[in-house]
Ligand binder design. Sequence first.
Ligand code: 57M
Length: 359
Amino acid sequence: MFYHLLYPLHTKISFLNLFQYITFRTIYASLTAFLVCFLLGPYTIRTLAKLQIGQYIREEGPQQHQKKAGTPTMGGLLILFSVLLSGFLWADLTNVYVWIVVASLAGFGAIGFADDYLMQIKKRNKGLSARAKFLLQSLLAVVLCFVIVRTSGFDTVLLVPFFKRVTPDLGGFYILLGVLVIVGASNAVNLTDGLDGLVAGPLVVSFVAYMAFSYVAGNVIIARYLQVVYVPGSAEVTVLCGALAGGLMGFLWFNAYPAQIFMGDVGSLSLGGALGTVAVITKQELLLTLVGGLFVVETVSVILQVGFFKATSGKRIFRMAPLHHHFELKGWEEPKIIVRFWIIAIALALVAVSTLKIR
Ligand code: 57M
């Protein structure tokens, strides 16, 4: 909104020229979302507690988790509110990619909300069935990918990290890849959200990395220089990545160990879905496996554990999956696991950003 209201006045007040710059708007979108979460956090926690939207803890989990019972959950609503408000204030609202990311946040947020609603409010001990969740996620992702590939200037070639000359055109199959990336990211982020701040920290890192990728992909000069695919209009997504990183930092203030609030599925499914959507728009889809390497490792640990468990009728590779539970059961303190996983996430994101040069 500021872009539409204030920038046109720059001919009279030259200072307002600042509002045209994506870098300036990204920084302030990030700070706005951070402040909204930070200021509304205590109110949100009190309200969720009053509504008795407290976490139910599964009995079969690590014992240490029982003391977390009743922690207010569905804090993802606050993150979504802060990001949408900040995006509304700072982004160019005529940009189609901005609306695609907003639709992704809202759509995956609605699926997560339905799941949380059934579990927390209706007190059903299972939310949506895994199959219903997967079907809804896939349907939404198909629609998002369809709109993305139909956007003028969007290319269906695939960018392969480290290999600048390998750029196969996937044509119609691109939608399949996009759906895989978006649904995979949504679920991988959800699985990782099992210790205080374990997913919020690495999500901040991932959105900061995608801030760089969207800025590069949307700037014809830098994209050509770095030999990545130019996606006209995608630079505006940088502003939303800033808002997402800022909102998550504000949430982390309260979600840091010992957490006063959890994000719930409404947070984890929507933020993961949005991350996947941004990866598709910026044409750094494959690189998401490196930027979000931590989410991938957590997911692979579950796949291996479940596969091995079934194949051997009850034997396990890890003490418990996802991987963070394995370390808990080995006796590591929760903050140690969290910070070490953050360190790994930062290192992986740095390697991912370096691929802009190493090609
Ligand atoms: C949800 N959710 C947390 C919170 C958060 C297939 C299977 C491996 C699936 C997996 C699973 O369901 N994962 C997805 C993970 C839950 O957190 C809530 O859920 C939201 C995210 N969706 O925002 O609202 C618990 O996580 C803890 N937590 C924190 N701090 C946070 O900031 O401590 C969350 C956020 C919270 C809280 O305790 O209650 C969850 O884990 O439920 N299933 C599992 O992870 C289960 N693993 C398992 O069964 N493994 C088996 C194999 C054979 C599949 C095994 O290894 O033996 C374990 N999960 C739990 N207890 N909690 C089982 C035991």
